[in-house]
Design a protein around this ligand. Structure first.
Ligand code: THU
Length: 146
């Protein structure tokens, strides 16, 4: 099943590439940009943001997903990852888990400055995943503040 048409994919790639230019990565010097396509066609980008306390670093994919959720995204159709490298970069394990939360059927497309691309379904990258079903979550967040 096709997840994305060529024109939308180009927009996703351009969004991820631009996002990578904002990456804050003084420690690794490895900029990453990501773009998420929601079920409604919305596109949201994100970049990796590192920290002097290294473990607090957040990857581009997770920053894009969290920004998208804040804009109302509920389902991820596609995640594009861009790195200014010769070969494409697959998302890390933590990001695969976060993608699973909102896009168990998502397609992940990694692109770079070279001609190679990685294209895979999340289920191929994270088989037998742990997810929301195990915890029987409520659909809507409880809002107890008044
Ligand atoms: N990074 C990402 O942003 N996404 C990935 O999928 C892999 C790694 C970032 C985290 C860190 O800032 C740098 O790349 C090197 O690990």
């Amino acid at each position: 099943m096709m997840t994305v048409d060529d024109e939308t994919l180009q927009t996703l790639i351009e969004t991820a590439r631009r996002a990578s230019e904002a990456a804050y990565c003084p420690y690794s010097r490895f900029p990453v940009g990501a773009a998420v396509l929601g079920e409604d066609g919305a596109i949201v980008g994100g970049c990796n943001v590192e920290n002097a306390s290294y473990g607090l670093t957040v990857c581009a994919e997770r920053n894009a997903i969290f920004a998208a959720v804040a804009k109302g995204l509920t389902t991820i159709r596609v995640v594009v990852v861009f790195t200014p490298t010769e070969t494409p970069t697959a998302p890390c394990g933590a990001c695969r888990q976060v993608i699973h939360e909102f896009g168990p059927g998502a397609e992940i497309i990694s692109v770079c400055d070279g001609p190679d691309r990685l294209r895979a379904r999340l289920a191929e990258l994270l088989p037998v995943a742990f997810g929301p079903r195990a915890l029987d979550p409520v659909d809507e967040p409880k809002r107890t503040l008044s």
